[in-house]
Design a binder for this molecule. Structure first.
Ligand code: PHE
Length: 358
């Protein structure tokens, strides 16, 4: 019979020497597996006589238990150190500063839209949205721009092959169709602003085929031209951060508003550069007017009871004026150097209370 003590120390040494869980498993199989050394001992019991068998059986079982215990202890130790090793290897130092060359920032268009939303949000407006691919009826007809209206030509519309009710779909030429969608889906009082992309087939130094607008719409029983003026003057002054910014309302024409006014802000071009504020010159920044009763009726709103005002502004133009960005086309170049220069820190969230630009 094999020396049990020798076998035990041999196996114990193998268990202690196992460097990882795979090696330990190999030791287990070699000892306790079907053809293992300890299992083999058990098979010899049959050749012994009754007395010997009893004593030997007890000794073999004790050895088996000791080896199983040692295996389990080693397994626990190896698992723990395996985890420790992985944790050490995969450690990330979250206190390291962000790699400066990787820092992202907020595009001036996004920043400007956020600023506009913050200002109108304080006045009680909520944000509404609509689709970029629009039906002819929403983009034109419902806004009192019928089929043969000259304003249709002015819009340099992109037409899509798809049709709706016999008319080709369009890339919306302004955010005004969302006025219609909102008046159809909500009951007055309505107070919304609509930031979004708009499209016109026009491409030169001052026009891009895709640009952004923010639309505004108020419909209730009492809002009048005085509210329109007060609201937009307050917006201009808050947006540019100039409390006494001159704001001028100039009569204009839009099919969907009556009367209509374009809004200019004071500026000066003295000394070459453009400076916003009191001066002898004016810059147009907004279109506006009282909602045309015909438009209310197109949306099923009783124009004898309800009235309101609407306005629309170009986001790129606002951003260029506020942040001194000279060329419209650079907005869409995706030039990381430009973005670094004109972009905004992600946490520089606009609010009326903490205005950063004066
Ligand atoms: N939709 C007009 C444009 O794109 C702007 C506007 C909106 C004017 C709402 C009046 C009222 O030029």
């Amino acid at each position: 019979m094999q020396d049990l003590e020798a076998l035990k120390s041999e196996l114990t040494a193998a268990i202690d020497g196992a460097g990882d869980l795979d090696a330990l498993e190999a030791v287990r199989v070699a000892a306790l597996g079907r053809k293992g050394s300890v299992t083999g001992l058990m098979k010899t019991l049959g050749q012994l006589d009754a007395d010997e068998r009893k004593a030997a059986g007890r000794a073999f079982n004790a050895l088996k238990d000791e080896i199983a215990e040692a295996l389990e202890a080693r397994r626990t130790a190896l698992s723990a150190s395996g985890l420790d090793a992985r944790l050490a290897e995969e450690k990330i130092d979250v206190t390291l500063p962000v790699r400066p060359e990787r820092r992202g920032c907020v595009h001036p268009i996004s920043q400007t839209i956020d600023e506009v939303i913050a200002i109108f949000g304080e006045m009680g407006f909520t944000v509404a949205e609509g689709p970029d691919i629009e039906e002819d009826w929403y983009n034109f007809t419902a806004l009192n721009i019928p089929q043969d209206h000259p304003a249709r030509q002015e819009h340099d519309t992109f037409y899509i092959n798809a049709e709706k009710e016999g008319r080709r779909m369009v890339l919306r030429t302004h955010t005004s169709p969302v006025q219609i969608r909102t008046m159809q889906s909500q009951k007055p009082p309505i107070r919304i602003i609509v930031p979004g992309r708009t499209y016109r087939s026009d491409h030169d130094a001052t026009h891009s085929p895709m640009f952004h607008q923010v639309e505004g719409l108020v419909v209730d029983e009492t809002s009048h031209m005085g509210h329109l003026k007060g609201c937009l003057m307050e917006f201009c002054r808050a947006f540019f951060g100039i409390d006494d910014l001159p704001v001028r309302f100039r009569p204009s024409y839009f099919p969907f508003t009556e009367p209509s006014a374009e809004v200019d802000i004071g500026c000066t071009r003295e000394g070459g550069g453009l400076k916003i504020g009191a001066g002898d010159d004016w810059l147009e920044i907004l279109g506006s007017g009282m909602v045309n009763p015909a438009v209310l009726e197109n949306c099923g709103i009783d124009s004898a009871k309800y009235q309101g005002f609407a306005f629309g502004m170009g986001v790129e133009r606002l951003a260029m004026l506020k942040y001194g960005i000279p060329d419209l086309r650079t907005f869409y170049d995706s030039d990381i150097r430009w973005l670094k220069h004109f972009g905004f820190a992600p946490l520089d969230v606009p609010s009326l209370l903490g205005r950063t630009v004066g």
